[in-house]
Design a protein around this ligand. Structure first.
Ligand SMILES: C[S@@+](CC[C@H](N)C(=O)[O-])C[C@H]1O[C@@H](n2cnc3c(N)ncnc32)[C@H](O)[C@@H]1O
Length: 375
């Protein structure tokens, strides 16, 4: 799944090797900013060490927990059959509008129809925008019918979240959907033609086969609070936001699927009310420096080691590689490595909005990897 700031590529480019070295003698690996779960799941699947993971957002916790909280594979076929059957009978209660050709007028009709579907919260909020009416009703039907028993429930939800992320008519995140304009219509068409059901099934199957060597857990929590519960012999992984725009603005669609509902939405991005979108001190430039200092002090006071990654330049949340390095040196003996990485500029317009086609601009940059030993 595409994710802003995912460490997936870096794991193959130096970070994986570094983790392998630093995990020797570690009792628990604690990912304080789990995001897509790339790092937590990488460690959990390869090393016999329990992994704990935290994030402010529930969808992130579900994606991560689906793998790290299990030590065996799931027998997914009968669960899928039952899940799909329940969802299909709900889906069939709806007479969904379809059209061969997408014109502006048809998109407007689709949006009106979706807006009226108050019994289907995801269709009501996002249908005709991020998803076609048919995709949206499927997402609602699958969401309501998700298996009730754990760990299958979490794995099923993770599969639905990933499938929705792959189908959403938007760039790698969901800050703004593609619009039916002359230039962007083909992106909308392409996204709306994706088969959400088969993507959910395939992802459910593949997630079922991924599990941890030692059972861990992912939880919704603030990294700074989680850090105050660290122990000696823990290795913390610190990959904080680098953007002055809250992650919750970019991933609200996934959060809504995680929660099942989001209430009324507004604006071109179909944002849920502000109080439903987690706010991070790390994305507020007047608070971010204090937040990272406080976090580093807590990790060091608890006697835990850490690996910290951060882009080695000035970032829009007011943090920079230099500031993070200096803060770390106050509390730790610091060893430093650097890797090349692709950096999402979140659309590249510099004003936190995406261009019309919504392609997230990426540029190559250097990423710091600091290895921190408490003083
Ligand atoms: C740079 S991303 C992490 C990416 C992750 N390492 C990966 O590979 O996908 C930062 C994450 O921190 C989360 N976040 C922001 N503020 C937080 C806080 N105070 N406590 C915990 N998580 C937070 C965001 O929701 C986002 O998922």
């Amino acid at each position: 799944m595409k994710y802003m700031g995912s460490k997936r590529a870096m794991l193959q480019n130096g970070l994986g090797e570094l983790l392998g070295r630093e995990l020797a003698g570690t009792r628990r690996f604690v990912d304080l900013f789990a995001g897509s779960g790339a790092v937590a799941t990488y460690v959990a699947m390869r090393f016999p060490i329990p992994v704990l993971a935290f994030d402010l957002q529930r969808y992130s916790v579900i994606l991560t927990d689906a793998i790290i909280n299990r030590q065996t594979n799931l027998d997914w076929q009968s669960d899928w059959r039952n899940w799909h059957r329940r969802a299909k009978s709900l889906f069939n209660t709806c007479k969904i509008p379809v059209a061969d050709n997408l014109t502006k007028a048809i998109v407007v009709n689709f949006r009106e129809w979706c807006d009226q579907q108050t019994k289907f919260p995801i269709t009501h909020a996002y249908g005709g925008h991020y998803f076609s009416p048919k995709q949206a009703v499927w997402i609602d039907s699958l969401r309501v019918s998700v298996p009730k028993h754990e760990p299958t429930k979490t794995v099923a939800l993770a599969a639905l979240i990933q499938a929705a992320s792959q189908c959403a008519a938007a760039p790698g995140h969901t800050a703004q959907p593609f619009q039916p304009t002359r230039t962007a219509k083909r992106f909308l068409k392409e996204a709306w033609s994706k088969d959400i059901v088969s993507k959910t099934r395939t992802t459910f199957e593949s997630l079922s086969g991924l599990f941890a060597k030692r059972r861990g857990q992912a939880k919704v929590d603030d990294a700074n609070l989680a850090a105050s519960r660290l122990r000696e012999n823990d290795l913390a992984f610190i990959d904080p936001p680098y953007s002055g725009v809250h992650y919750s603005r970019f991933y609200h669609v996934l959060e809504t699927i995680a929660d099942g509902d989001c209430g009324e939405v507004s604006g071109i991005g179909r944002y849920p009310a502000r109080e439903k979108r987690p706010r991070s001190k790390y994305s507020v430039s007047s608070e971010s420096a204090e937040a990272i200092r406080d976090l580093l002090e807590k990790v060091s006071t608890r006697g835990a080691r850490a690996i910290l990654t951060f882009p080695d330049h000035d970032c829009s949340n007011g943090l920079s590689g230099d500031l993070v390095r200096e803060a770390a040196m106050q509390f730790f003996y610091v060893q430093e490595e650097q890797v090349e990485s692709a950096f999402s500029t979140l659309g590249g317009t510099g004003d936190e909005r995406d261009n019309e086609t919504g392609r997230a601009a990426r540029r190559h940059t250097r990423e710091l990897m600091l290895i921190l030993e408490p003083k």
